[in-house]
Write a protein that binds this ligand. Structure first.
Ligand code: ATP
Ligand code: CA
Ligand code: CA
Length: 402
């Protein structure tokens, strides 16, 4: 987790960038008024502040080179954070008071990724184009949040720019899809395309825990998909469909479904170091209901978990928001899912890339596609190959549910 993702930067450069970011963000947040109403111009605003090394009337002195800091649409993001239930002081503490850790980025774009010490937030560098696109997107993004509170599209909490005489960068702050303090045995970045969609050996060998694998790795591991009950799957697919419609309407493509697999059976097995036994998990319902942080309205065949007390105790430690599911071997898992990397707009450059690649490669397998085709292929893949419906059994006895 603490690896440096981009070798173009030395550790001391990273440290300098991060300390300037923290200074700039804190200043920007403390100077946001928190207006009652958001007006159209609040989506487009840019506030720029100079941070001379020696300090100024408005800014403190610091040990880094002088820099300029920009805060984009600060009032809008203030409202968005409020809507996401984020406390301003806690947000400042997480981003600005605690050290930020560099994350290994397996992506090709070379963007830098940082995560806050409490694991709640991710800071990612975005290109100038992506930053401009996010700002243009904000009114629609705002509208989508009001229409669809269950959306899996990233929660954006801020957009900032940092500039020195030699460097200019933009950062977004977003939610971490894979929450704190639980173990993921597997992690996938899925698009529904197959060209170049296998994690390179180096990524797996680097031992990022766990490595981020891709579509072909998923198909190799789970040729029949991961199983979910009908109600959960319908809910998930409905949310994804609505999200894909919104992304398509903004001409967005090349996004991914990030899936973290928390294998409850395996964790319990490791903790207890006991052999797998079949059991019926029915009681104690009261414990399950009161302590479980995850809503399990579904029943699963559960031949791999020893008893309900262990399960309930473990589930009480699992953050909310996951989707209960089952692996083909019967292991009970909780999937943490989010749509990420949504700032790629199908513009001229991508159109050309698409046209060129289509000549030499089977055009259906490449990731860069027209947004409508991309969304359709993405949804089909998730529905037919990633999350499959549980085959109903009439046999009673080996299920649990609350
Ligand atoms: P590329 O454009 O080359 O695909 P990128 O630099 O735009 O890559 P992303 O695709 O956004 O980067 O993210 C790269 C990886 O970082 C993801 O596969 C995932 O492992 C991790 N990641 C990105 N965003 C998040 C997030 N919000 N929560 C958790 N992990 C994330
Ligand atoms: Ca990506
Ligand atoms: Ca990207």
């Amino acid at each position: 987790m603490a690896e440096i993702s981009n070798l173009n930067y030395t550790t001391s450069e990273h440290m300098e960038i991060l300390s300037c970011l923290q200074l700039g963000i804190e200043h920007a947040l403390l100077n946001t008024k928190g207006k009652k109403d958001i007006l159209m111009r609040d989506f487009n605003s840019i506030e720029s502040t100079s941070f001379p090394k020696e300090g100024s009337g408005k800014t403190p002195s610091h040990n880094s080179n002088s820099f300029t800091f920009k805060s984009y649409a600060s009032e809008t993001f203030h409202h968005l954070r409020k809507q996401f239930g984020i406390n301003q002081n806690e947000f400042i503490d997480s981003i600005c008071q605690m050290p930020l850790k560099a994350l290994h980025n397996p992506g090709a774009s070379g963007s830098l990724l940082f995560i806050t010490e409490d694991d709640n937030y991710i800071l990612k560098t975005v290109s100038d184009k992506e930053a401009r696109f996010l700002q243009q997107l904000l009114p629609g993004y705002w509208m989508n949040l009001h229409q669809n509170s269950k959306t899996l599209i990233p929660k954006f909490f801020g957009l900032f720019g940092y500039q020195t005489v030699i460097r200019s960068m933009r950062f977004v702050i977003m939610n971490n899809v894979l929450p704190t303090n639980i173990k993921y045995q597997l992690k996938y970045d899925l698009k529904g395309s197959s060209y170049h969609r296998k994690a390179p050996e180096t990524e797996v060998a680097q031992g990022a825990m766990p490595p981020t694998q891709k579509d072909i790795d998923f198909q190799d591991k789970f040729p029949k998909g991961i199983i979910m009950t009908e109600d959960k799957r319908d809910l998930l697919m409905d949310v994804l469909k609505r999200d894909c419609d919104v992304l398509e309407s903004f001409d967005i493509m090349d996004y991914s479904l990030l899936v973290g697999v928390h294998n409850v059976t395996q964790v319990l097995k490791e903790a207890e170091n006991v052999a797998q036994v079949s059991c019926t998990i029915k009681k104690p319902r009261s414990i399950l209901r009161s302590r479980m942080s995850i809503n399990m309205n579904s029943c699963y065949d559960c031949p791999t978990i020893k008893n309900s007390i262990e399960l309930a105790t473990h589930l009480a430690t699992v953050p909310p928001g996951g989707f209960p599911a089952k692996l083909p071997d019967g292991d009970f898992v909780i999937l943490f899912i989010g749509v990420i990397d949504i700032l790629q707009n199908f513009r001229a450059k991508k159109r050309i890339e698409h046209a060129v690649k289509s000549i030499v490669i089977n055009k259906e397998t490449i990731s860069v596609q027209k947004p409508s085709f991309y969304a359709k292929r993405f949804l089909r893949f998730m529905k037919e190959e990633v999350i499959v419906e549980e085959v109903k059994k009439s046999k009673k006895g080996v299920t649990f549910g609350v």
